[in-house]
Design a protein around this ligand. Structure first.
Ligand SMILES: O=C(NCCCCCn1ccnc1)c1cc(-c2ccc(F)cc2)cc(O)c1O
Ligand SMILES: [Mg+2]
Length: 221
């Protein structure tokens, strides 16, 4: 009954970072995952691209699909304007419990709402249960075969307004071919690819940045 990887990441955070300092939490996780054991955080290289998108967009409402250990949750929330809120959805209860501890350690619990459950079940409930109108930014980092169905669900539920940004991790590795095909060919999106590498490795990966243009571009149904 040894520890799990998320538990070891939490221990590294508590040992090597300062309570209330999101930057030190992010650095502690990157150090641990670079030198001790790999983990599926967006990481420092792709993380800089995420930072730039957040600082440029200044989103007030953010949805993250796939919390894991809250590395990107903390990284994004730390850069948000004071009144902004981030909702993060995690399916795995064990990693969600660790994520909650890391969010609290970072001192960001006021900005972040962590929900445990399936994105397909929760997305249709967000307006009603959390008083969300629309999201300014959606960070997709969960099961790669859920990126496309959840994007279509966000459209259907009216949770995206023109100008909203979808930022998707891992579009090369592990890869999300059906999602890429959709956002790159649909008249509803203006999409661009940010080439990078799989976290803590030299493997090719990247982020897809897609601006929602509105449903008007219905074209062929
Ligand atoms: O699978 C990933 N993430 C989803 C985890 C489960 C999400 C559960 N959930 C949360 C909400 N709804 C469902 C992922 C995988 C890899 C990877 C890359 C190469 C390799 F050899 C092995 C793994 C790299 C990432 O950056 C990733 O994000
Ligand atoms: Mg990822």
């Amino acid at each position: 009954t040894g520890s799990t990887r998320p538990q070891r990441i939490l221990r590294a955070v508590q040992k090597n970072s300062t309570r209330g300092s999101p930057c030190s939490v992010v650095n502690a996780i990157d150090d641990y995952c670079k030198h001790k054991e790999w983990a599926m955080n967006v990481g420092d290289e792709k993380g800089i691209i995420v930072d730039d998108v957040v600082l440029e967009l200044k989103p007030i409402t953010v949805l993250e699909l796939g919390t894991y250990c809250a590395y990107s949750t903390v990284r994004i929330a730390n850069l948000l304007p004071p009144e902004a809120k981030l909702i993060t959805l995690e399916f795995n209860a064990e990693s969600a419990a660790i994520a909650r501890e890391i969010i609290t350690w970072a001192g960001l619990e006021e900005k972040i709402q962590l929900i445990i459950g399936a994105s397909g079940d929760w997305i249709p409930r967000l307006k009603e249960e959390f008083g969300i109108e629309t999201f300014d930014l959606v960070f997709l980092d969960h099961w790669k075969d859920r990126y496309l169905p959840d994007t279509k669900l966000l459209e259907k539920c009216g949770l995206l307004k023109p100008g909203a940004v979808l930022l998707a991790d891992n579009v090369i590795c592990p890869g999300t071919p059906d999602y890429l095909d959709y956002v790159r060919n649909s008249p509803r999106y203006k999409s661009k690819f940010y080439r990078s590498h799989l976290e803590y490795t030299q493997e090719e990966d990247g982020l897809e940045h897609s601006v929602f243009l509105g449903m008007a571009g219905r074209g062929a149904e």
